[in-house]
Structure formats: C-alpha cells, structure tokens
Design a protein around this ligand. Structure first.
Ligand code: GTP
Ligand code: MG
Length: 432
C-alpha cells in the first residue's frame, strides 16, 4: 500500500548498515593495529646469542619485568655452575687416564690425579643433582645430546613470564609445591661445597688442561665459577650480568612483546626468539610470512668450533650457509635485515692467545691474525652473500657486537629500533 512504511524492514536495513559500518571500523582498527605490530625475528645458529639479545631488548624496553624475573633465574644460574663442575670432572677423568700419551712438553704432576679424585668424591652429591635440576627447570622435558648434554627450558619458559615468577611465586601460592625442591637442595649444596668447587677451579690440572684446550667449557662457565662464593650466598639474587651470562638452549619459537614509543607513536614490538640448532630450524618458516625484520646473529669467534649437532661442520661455515638461505628466502624479501657479527670479545681474546684463523678457515691464507683483519674478512664474506642472494633494494645493517657489554649493546638497540621502524613505516605506506 502506497505511503505505508514497513518499520521493521527499515529497522533491519538500518541495523545492517550499522553492522557494516562497525565491521569496517573494526577491520580498519585491526589493519591499523597490525600495521603497528613490528614483528622481529632473531635468527642464527645455536649459541649465537639470540636469547641474550632478547634479554638486552627486555632490559631496554621493559627492565621492571626483568627485575621481577630475577628470582626465577637463580636455579638456572646454579644449573650452569653445576654443569661446569661436572664437565670439568668428566674431562679430567678422561685426560688423566690418557695423559701418558701427551705429545707436548706440558708438565703433568703425578699427584694431581689423586687430588682431583679426592675433590671429585666430595663433589659427588652436587653432580648427582644435575639431571634432576635440569628436569625440574624444563618441566620434565630434557633433551640429551652432544658431549655435555643439552637441556631445554620449554616448561620453564612458559611459566616465567613478565607477570609471573617461578619457582618463588608458585611456591608461595602453594601451587605444585614439589617444584623448586631440587633447586633448594642445589642451593644448600653450593653453600656447603663452595670451597671444594673453588679448589677444583683453581687446581693446576684444570688450568693446564684449559690452556692446552684439552678441556673445553661452555663460554659462560668461567664467569660463574669465578663468582662461586657470591652465588653460594644464602640470599643470592642474580644480577643482570648473571642473567646475561646464563646459557639455556631455546626450544621452538618463543614470543616476547614490548610497547615502544617512536616519534610520538606507539608500536608493539614482537620479538620471536628461536632455537638455533639444526633440528629446530624447520620451526622458523611459519613466522617468515609477516616478519617486519630479521636480526641475524653470527658468532664470529666460533671459527675454531664445530656444531654440537654435527661435529664435522665448522660453525662459521654453518653461519654462512644459514645466512645464504635466509637472504635467498622469498618470504623475507620485504623484511629489514640486520646482521650482528657477535662475540667480538671472545674473538679478540682467542686471537690474542695465538689461535690461528687459517688453521680452521684455510681461505684466510696469510692475512694477519689480528682482530681488525679477521673481523673485516668475515664482514666482507657476509656482505657478499647478501649482495649475491639478497634483494637489491634491501639494505643490510651490519654491527659488530659483544652482547654481554650492556652499554654498547643498548646503543646498538637504539640504532636498530630506528632503522627497523623507518623501513617498517615506509612499507606500511606502500601497502596502505
Ligand atoms: N662472551 C660472550 N658471550 C656471549 C655473547 N653473546 C652471547 N654470549 C653467551 O653465549 C651463550 C649462548 O647464548 P644464547 O643467547 O643462549 O644463544 P642462542 O642463540 O639463544 O642459542 P639457542 O637458544 O640454542 O639457539 C650464553 O651463555 C651467553 O651469555 C657475546 O657477545 N660474548
Ligand atoms: Mg636461545
């Protein structure tokens, strides 16, 4: 009938229009939010320093969260110290039995063997606790591998978040009160056995075998053993330096996000820290799709080391191969690329102590075995790979880093933030 208005239909149409507008607004908001999510992936082989860089980012953008986590790092520090003691005892056991075959002139005192076995006997309770501590820390997930055993922190990672601390918080809340029991035992044992640990660490046999490179410890072992009396204090709380020195293998991909302010705008900076050993690398690819930036870490001190998962592969060669694969990956064509040639402090120490690069990297030839030459040699190699395999218009930002040097690393983080966000903004404008 003309002139009659179907109010129900009008209401339905009006609601449909409102819904459309709301949907469009939500979509736009979502798109805008996505555009402000800067996704940064940390890539590189195992032990290249990815998790250490993640901690440095956390220190820079969210230091109160690191403060809250301090108690949770205590058992991990104990674990690192105990693991170092166990490795020394394992290696010395082996070397004393074969020491008669030593080809060089190094003096081996026949009484060392007895002295070491006396210390070993005293330290036995500490050694027997190592596996249980590893298991407690990783929520029961323990992956053994390589010479010294590799322990992952899968369970541990998921419970230590910026808002929650374990084991302290859990024990206080009475949740799973068995957690932390082994850590408490480890703490007591460290108090009781600290002088025996120090005696072992100072023993001429250990110093001799370290010098001869017949005993190889994890890079942070010396730091924790030097500090054993401080770690053994009953109210010990890890310092930032302790947390940065901790070695704990990452399993899978872990996500960390920070809110950052740049040029008056807020961005959510999402860091993806990945496990770097060969068996873990397949897990990276699903994250490549929308990665705003890649920070690739290559430890250039590792020219005389081999992969734990494949002892025939030189670590520098592995880094170069991995960097080639990263630069050639089509999914990463639009990502910013930062290369960190890391562990320069260890590289300097190694070269000063006379370790020759050409012995391990034959193409190094007769170049001088000095830091400047070696660092430049590696820089050029990585740069050439990027030129050959990378995207032409993609800039490569290269930094020499020593990730435990907080002041220097924090400066580099400022530079990286700026470079990544500028590229990110440029690309957001292109797609909007
Ligand atoms: N001296 C020195 N040690 C470093 C440096 N960067 C990292 N480390 C140490 O190297 C060890 C390994 O570092 P991580 O950050 O755990 O290595 P990652 O790349 O995360 O290793 P995965 O998780 O196994 O892939 C830790 O004990 C760090 O403290 C550095 O520049 N200099
Ligand atoms: Mg890691």
């Amino acid at each position: 009938m003309p002139g009659v208005v179907d109010l129900d239909q009008a209401r339905r149409v009006s609601k449909a229009i409102d819904d459309d507008i709301k949907r469009e607004k939500d979509l736009r908001k979502k798109r805008q939010k996505q555009r402000r999510d800067v996704k940064v992936m940390l890539l590189g082989q195992a032990e290249s320093g990815k998790s250490t860089l993640q901690k440095q980012f956390q220190l820079f953008h969210a230091s109160p969260t690191l403060d809250r986590e301090r108690p949770s790092w205590r058992p991990i520090v104990y674990f690192n110290a105990i693991k170092a003691v166990r490795t020394i005892l394992d290696e010395l056991d082996w070397d004393f039995t074969t020491s008669t075959n030593l080809e060089d002139e190094t003096y081996i005192d026949p009484s060392w063997s007895l002295q070491i076995s006396r210390i070993r006997h005293k330290l036995l309770p500490l050694i027997t606790i190592e596996d249980s501590l590893a298991s407690e820390l990783s929520g029961g997930v323990t992956v053994a591998g390589g010479r010294s055993g590799v322990f992952v922190r899968a369970g541990w990672q998921s419970v230590v978040t910026p808002t929650r601390s374990w084991p302290v918080a859990d024990m206080q809340a009475g949740i799973n009160s068995s957690q932390g029991v082994v850590a408490t035992m480890a703490s007591r044992l460290l108090v009781d056995l600290q002088y025996d640990i120090a005696e072992l660490w100072q023993h001429p046999a250990v110093k001799t075998f370290l010098r001869m490179r017949r005993l190889r410890l994890e890079e942070s072992a010396a730091f924790f053993l030097d500090e054993i009396h401080r770690l053994a204090e009953p109210d010990y709380l890890p310092t930032t330096d302790d947390i940065l020195h901790v070695r704990l293998q990452t399993l899978g991909v872990t996500e960390h996000s920070f809110d950052i302010n740049f040029g008056g705008n807020h961005y959510t900076w999402i860091l993806y820290d990945v496990g770097g050993s060969r068996g873990q690398r397949h897990a990276w690819v699903p994250y490549f799709d929308d990665a705003s930036a890649i920070i690739f870490l290559a430890p250039i001190s590792a020219f005389d080391q081999y992969l734990e998962e494949d002892p025939r592969t030189n670590r520098i060669h592995d880094s170069l191969q991995l960097f080639t694969a990263t630069c050639s990956n089509k999914l990463l064509r639009n990502s910013s690329m930062v290369l960190m040639l890391n562990k320069t402090d260890i590289l300097k120490r190694k070269l000063q102590s006379g370790v020759m690069v050409k012995k391990y990297i034959t193409s190094y030839g007769e170049r001088e075995n000095r830091y400047e030459e070696v660092a430049e040699y590696f820089r050029v190699h990585f740069l050439q790979i990027h030129k050959r395999k990378g995207v032409q218009k993609q800039e490569l930002y290269i930094h020499f880093t020593s990730m435990l040097d907080t002041r220097a690393t924090q400066k580099i983080i400022v530079d990286i933030n700026e470079a990544i966000i500028k590229t990110f903004l440029g690309q957001s404008m292109l797609v909007s």
